[in-house]
Design a protein around this ligand. Structure first.
Ligand code: GLN
Length: 558
């Protein structure tokens, strides 16, 4: 009899779906991609996040990346675009930048997970003996770890977690993620999670048609993994005709109103409005059984778009960098100019300048007509001398210049060489034996062997000196800005620089590290060791970018 009862209990336990405990009933949205990569899952996720946040929900967005690197910090920006740094010092995918820029709320270490991180955790556990002799396998150990990383965000009391799965459905490396989504969907139960599948409707010019077949196939591929897409978001160059919509609904098992069109638009910032017009947020709330009568309040967003589209002035800024063939490498900088420019009703045109070909001889011609300049962050010695030429040109010709991270270090080297007369001054990053190491390796970096995750990262406090340009720009004494570097201004030169007019105006209050430099008797010549671009959002444009644009407007050159 006892055995029978036990058996019944056991069967009931196995049949019953595990209950997921969380303080709130957090809802989960998974965003997958089909047909091809680069469809803009990040923008669609960020837009949805914004719509839901505007309706009063507490939302966060997470990105799962199927590559084996622990984080994109070690990836060449040519391959993966810019590495975005969070407040708590995570080196992450550039999509997190979109999430922050759209939602105006900070992401963290937990918002970006890679296959590298998943395996690292599982292998460390295995070495500790945590699996008690079990064979460690993709299923269940890797998928369990993926699920844990998704659910971990629920501890922060979010109403909705949007999880974007990197890559394209069908990729071998995405399989464990897709399987984890399948399991979670089942475990969470009806209406607690949903899958949005972003797909492409290619346009065949010869027949003048949008084709639905690739989307049907990718939805079917998802179904082979046990997942039915609940909503289709279709990237398309043209409006989707009624018949095609009906076809997609019928052959992909989704309700007609759940087929959402995402046409190519002039700017990514129009996407939330475009999706809202199709009641995308209502469709999602219905799937998640969330009741909310409030309409998404996009007043400020629309106001930003209006100002962006109707500028009263225009400036041209030269962006000097070494990755100029790929604008994704400086994504946050370009977006920061958009936010600040819109706020000031100023169109900011960026002239991308490749520092590798810049010389004293072609400087005049290269910089002709620029109203302002920015020297970009970077690593390694390619294009360094070109950047030094740019700093010299801006200093001598009184062109507003903002130097970010490596940009500030370049301004330091240029000043040391051409004003202080230390002809061989350099950063030890480029010349380990330089007699004048004006930029040196940070003390805590001296014993660092591994490249990954070992830089000075995340937000650090900086105290600005009173009566300085930076203090006036920020309007506050203490600021927090995000860092990502190994080298720093060599404090031994502090007084000499100050005496000669390049003032260290912001210092880390604990360590005394020089975080900012500004030149006297120049309309705007500012270098910052941190990355202001990471903190710029649509709702909160960055004061430094605004100040540069204002200075450039006053410097308009024919
Ligand atoms: N390469 C420089 C350093 O490590 C600057 C880094 C950067 O621009 N992010 O200090």
């Amino acid at each position: 009899m006892d055995t029978l009862i036990c058996l019944v209990i056991q069967i009931r336990l196995t049949l019953h779906k595990p209950i997921v405990m969380s303080k709130k009933n957090t809802k989960y949205i998974f965003v997958t991609g089909g047909v091809t990569s680069s469809l803009g899952k990040g923008i669609v996720s960020a837009s949805l996040g914004l719509l839901l946040k505007s309706r009063g929900f507490n939302v966060t967005i997470q990105k799962l990346d199927p590559y084996i690197n622990i984080d994109p910090g070690t990836l060449n920006p040519y391959e993966h675009g810019e590495c975005y740094v969070t407040e708590d010092g995570a080196e992450t995918d550039l999509d997190l930048g979109h999430y922050e820029r759209f939602l105006d709320s900070a992401t963290s270490q937990n918002n970006n997970v890679t296959t590298g991180k998943i395996y690292q955790t599982v292998i460390e556990k295995e070495r500790k003996g945590d699996f008690l002799g079990k064979t460690v396998q993709v299923i269940p150990h890797i998928t369990n770890e993926i699920k844990r990383r998704i659910k971990i965000l629920a501890k922060q009391n979010y109403d909705i977690i949007i999880t974007e799965i990197g890559g394209t459905v069908g990729d071998i490396e995405s399989l464990p993620y897709i399987e984890s989504v399948r399991q979670l969907k089942w475990e969470l139960g009806e209406n607690n999670s949903m899958v949005i599948h972003l797909t492409l409707l290619p346009y065949l010019a010869a027949s003048g048609e949008l084709k639905t077949k690739p989307s049907q196939h990718s939805v079917r591929q998802l179904m082979e993994s046990g997942i039915q897409a609940d909503v289709l978001v279709c990237r398309t160059e043209h409006k989707i005709p009624k018949e095609q919509r009906a076809k997609l609904a019928q052959f992909c098992n989704v309700a007609l109103e759940n087929v959402i069109e995402c046409k190519d638009l002039e700017t990514i910032y129009e996407v939330p409005i475009y999706l809202q017009k199709q009641d995308f947020d209502d469709v999602v709330l219905k799937e998640l059984d969330l009741k909310n009568d409030k309409e998404a309040d996009l007043k400020d967003w629309k106001n930003f778009l209006k100002r962006y589209r109707n500028p009263k002035k225009s400036v041209e800024i030269g962006l000097v960098g070494k990755y100029v063939s790929l604008q994704d490498s400086y994504k946050s900088i370009a977006e920061a100019f958009i936010h600040a420019g819109a706020d000031l009703e100023t169109e900011v045109r960026i002239r991308w300048i490749y520092s590798g070909e810049l010389t004293e001889e072609n400087a005049e011609e290269t910089f002709a007509g620029l109203d302002g300049m920015l020297i970009a962050p970077g690593f390694g010695d390619r294009g360094i001398e070109g950047k030094i030429t740019a700093a010299k040109y801006a200093r001598e010709n009184k062109i507003p210049l903002l130097g970010i991270c490596l940009g500030m270090q370049i301004m330091t080297i240029e000043f040391a060489r051409n004003v202080l007369g230390y002809k061989k001054a350099n950063s030890v990053e480029f010349d380990t034996g330089t007699p004048e190491p004006v930029i040196s390796l940070m003390e805590e970096q001296k014993n660092v062997v591994h490249k990954g995750g070992t830089m000075r990262l995340g937000a650090w406090k900086c105290a600005l000196k009173p009566n300085t340009a930076l203090m006036e720009i920020y309007g506050s004494r203490n600021i927090f800005e995000r860092h990502r570097h190994r080298y720093e201004f060599n404090s031994e030169y502090k007084e000499e620089f100050e005496r000669n007019g390049l003032l260290p105006s912001g210092l880390n209050p604990e360590t005394g590290l020089v975080e900012t430099l500004e030149l006297k008797d120049h309309p705007f010549y500012i270098g910052v060791q941190y990355h202001p671009e990471y903190k710029s959002t649509v709702a909160t444009p960055h004061p430094l970018f605004e100040a540069l644009i204002k200075a450039a407007s006053q410097n308009r050159r024919p």
